[in-house]
Ligand binder design. Structure first.
Ligand SMILES: Cc1cc2nc3c(=O)[nH]c(=O)nc-3n(C[C@H](O)[C@H](O)[C@H](O)COP(=O)(O)O)c2cc1C
Length: 247
């Protein structure tokens, strides 16, 4: 009798633990809170320069870039967080959309995407990803590699360096969206920035930021901080029905 009782108790505890673990892994954030964060987020033109994002919060934001999805899971991106005032100054003349943000943002991030020597199907980087990061066995590497080659050459015709860079950029923009959304969810403002001269910034990155621009190009900049004032305009968007078609 006692054995049955002990067994039932252990079973009960195990079931509760399983339920708790599965509960822990299933997000249950209120939809209103998420939509509120999307409403709250706006392209912040000027930040309150006296306010700094804590290391913990900035790490949280960057982790959502790290956890972002990417084609074949190859993560063709790198992020430089520019906190050095002198480096920020150097960016101003080549980034017309950024000066006020460079002056006032708590954190200023450069979103780099990989170029052809990194992302082409037979590159060392792709092999490193399959072998060391994903830890695929040899036969899986062979299969995956063949599939990835066909995708690049046949399905998406990624046959120029420019096309390969733009394809990597598309993925880096997913990380951008995730960073801005996760920031908004914890009350942090942001501004995405494409207002820069790509060639000039890349020359600067090569010269002053120790970036190998054979391997990486700049897709975007993004500033994070706390708004100096409320947005000057009410958020405007096309009608929901205009952008969605149900079939
Ligand atoms: C890819 C991208 C590039 C952008 N570049 C700039 C920029 O250089 N400077 C700027 O002030 N805003 C920039 N914006 C912000 C947009 O102007 C803004 O997101 C848009 O007008 C919608 O307003 P909202 O984000 O406040 O809702 C950019 C937005 C995106 C998505």
């Amino acid at each position: 009798m006692i054995t049955i009782y002990i067994f039932a108790t252990i079973l009960f505890i195990v079931i509760i633990l399983i339920l708790e673990i599965s509960n822990m892994n299933t997000p249950n954030i209120a939809k209103e809170d998420v939509l509120n964060a999307f409403q709250y987020r706006h392209a912040t033109k000027e930040f309150d320069a006296t306010k700094t994002i804590s290391d913990e919060n900035m790490t949280f934001i960057l982790k959502t870039a790290n956890l972002s999805p990417s084609s074949f899971g190859f993560e063709p991106w790198h992020f430089i967080v520019v906190q050095d005032i002198e480096l920020r100054e150097l960016l101003k003349p080549v980034a017309w959309g950024a000066p006020l943000k460079l002056d006032t943002a708590s954190h200023f991030v450069l979103g780099l995407s990989m170029k052809a020597p990194m992302t082409k199907w037979d590159s060392d980087y792709i092999m490193h990803m399959m072998k060391n990061v994903k830890q695929f066995p040899e036969d899986v590497i062979e299969m995956y590699s063949k599939f990835y080659r066909e995708f690049q050459e046949r399905d998406f015709s990624l046959d120029t360096d420019k096309k390969l860079f733009d394809w990597a950029s598309k993925q880096a923009y997913i990380a951008l969206g995730n960073m801005m959304t996760s920031a908004a969810l914890i009350g942090i403002d942001s501004c995405p920035i494409e207002g820069f001269h790509q060639e000039k910034v890349e020359a600067l990155l090569q010269e002053k930021f120790e970036v190998d621009t054979e391997k990486y190009g700049l897709s975007y900049m993004v500033a994070f901080g706390y708004r100096k004032a409320e947005p000057p305009h009410v958020k405007s968007r096309r009608n929901f029905d205009e952008i969605i078609t149900w079939k």
